[in-house]
Design a binder for this molecule. Structure first.
Ligand SMILES: Nc1ccn([C@@H]2O[C@H](COP(=O)(O)OP(=O)(O)OP(=O)(O)O)[C@@H](O)[C@H]2O)c(=O)n1
Ligand SMILES: C[C@](O)(CO)[C@H](O)COP(=O)(O)O
Length: 422
């Protein structure tokens, strides 16, 4: 079968991928959920999402995560695919059902994928979708079996004994993503809801449900890289399939097969307004990290540095981690009177702690005072030092209009660009 390189908008729109990532990873033994385990510096969930993104076959992506797992939720929220995420259940089957419950009505095709098969190449996703588009109700990626497989009987109190040897050339090991006509899979799961525990537990993949219900299941070629990372040696093998780590200073995360998903930076916006303080209460004017001794200062909970505050908000907005009020609000008295540069340095630290590096921050303020042009280079240097990244400040007047023109206040507008380094 030819692997399609792209799908139509409608085909993508009607296709969903559910990534089940709610397992505990007991056999891997890291003591953290398996999807969070790092492989060449990136979690298994991110590797799986990267490849789904590269496949470009589905508009809906649903990640099924362990309940109350904030770190994985943050990873999902910050991935460029922006998957919808839901909490999983006690078994893989329960997690699949939680994912299916979150499907948008009208979804035609659904792929169920194990986050544990984190390096599954995008081509496998595309082949599965292509086969569904050609009319398959159910389709699974498979690879030939290399071991001889025996069927055994496990009589209580006796050594298991062989009852047969299936012909190896007819056996296949099954991988994910497994693709289905969505209404048929939903119906199959619905029918299985009243099965007793033993029957339900014997279902180890979704294709099996379809088989039991008499549906035909087609196959497409799987891939060695789609191995299910289950034990520590699997992790070593998976790592060996990735190219060598990129140099430390590179912002690009490592990826398999020489393919790099597009690095999509995130932009943010921040606006801050401060009134000029009442002349009866002299205040020092701090703006853009600099002191302007000739000017009456700006009022505010902190030093009133609207430029630095707008820069902080733009950074928080770019990283999607709230805003100035979230991190430095009046419920944080330790920040009362804090300088703009202190706040900017702390904002940059929080953004980096959330897994981002800062590209740059640009701020423009509108105000009659202070006179800024002669000190722009100094301001850029002070703020860039605080943020640990380039910050550039420009200034303008409002041609006498509004509160800025009247000299009653200053408005600062900032944009920031950050990129994920997880
Ligand atoms: N309750 C569960 C159990 C498993 N899975 C997912 O199903 C896939 C296959 O499961 P497996 O590889 O067995 O993962 P774990 O259950 O985490 O492994 P272990 O059995 O070693 O704990 C994984 O992506 C896993 O996250 C899930 O979403 N919910
Ligand atoms: C779905 C699957 O990956 C196909 O091989 C496999 O059955 C999952 O099994 P697990 O025991 O839940 O990992």
């Amino acid at each position: 079968m030819n692997v399609p390189t792209s799908f139509s908008e409608q085909e993508i729109h009607q296709t969903a991928v559910i990534v089940v990532a709610a397992g505990s990873g007991t056999r891997l033994g890291y003591g953290i959920p398996k999807a969070l385990v790092p492989l060449a510096g990136r979690s298994l969930l991110e590797h799986a999402l990267d490849r789904i993104q590269l496949a470009g076959c589905a508009a809906q992506v649903i990640a099924v995560l362990p309940e109350d797992e904030a770190e994985l939720a943050a990873i999902a929220a910050n991935h460029p695919l922006r998957p919808h995420w839901v909490s999983g259940g006690a078994t893989r089957n329960d997690s699949v059902r939680a994912g299916l419950a979150a499907l948008e009505p009208g979804t035609e095709r659904v792929l169920i994928h194990d986050a544990a098969r984190a390096l599954t190449p995008p081509e496998v996703f595309r082949q599965v979708v292509s086969s569904l588009l050609a009319g398959a109700q159910a389709v699974i990626p498979v690879v030939p079996v290399v071991d001889t497989i025996k069927q055994v009987a496990t009589d209580p109190g006796r050594q298991p004994h062989v009852t047969g040897t299936p012909a190896r050339d007819l056996l296949r090991a099954v991988q994910t993503p497994q693709g289905f006509h969505a209404p048929t899979l939903l119906a199959a799961h619905q029918q299985a809801t009243d099965w007793d525990r033993a029957k339900a537990e014997a279902i180890t993949d979704d294709a099996m449900l379809m088989e039991i219900l008499g549906e035909r299941v087609d196959t497409v070629p799987g891939a060695a890289a789609a191995l299910k990372i289950t034990t520590k040696p699997d992790l070593v093998l998976a790592e060996s399939m990735l190219p060598a780590h990129p140099p430390k200073e590179s912002p690009m995360p490592p990826h398999s097969g020489g393919q790099q998903p597009p690095l999509i930076p995130r932009t943010g916006i921040g606006i801050d307004v401060h009134a000029v303080a009442d002349p009866a209460e002299p205040r020092a004017m701090w703006l853009a990290g600099l002191h302007f001794p000739e000017d009456q200062g700006l009022s505010g909970h902190s030093d009133g540095d609207a430029v630095a505050h707008a820069a902080c908000d733009a950074l928080f907005s770019a990283a999607g981690i709230g805003d100035l009020g979230t991190h430095f609000g009046t419920d944080r008295p330790e920040y009362a009177g804090a300088s703009g540069t202190t706040l900017l340095a702390e904002a940059a630290r929080l953004v980096r702690a959330a897994g981002f590096e800062i590209g740059n921050v640009a701020v423009q303020f509108v105000g009659r005072r202070p006179k800024f042009a002669a000190r722009r280079t100094e301001a850029d240097a002070v703020l860039s030092k605080a943020a640990g990244a380039p910050v550039s400040v420009t200034a303008t007047t409002s041609d006498g209009l509004g509160y800025e023109g009247a000299g009653a206040g200053v408005t600062a507008y900032a944009t920031a660009l950050v990129y994920s380094v997880r």
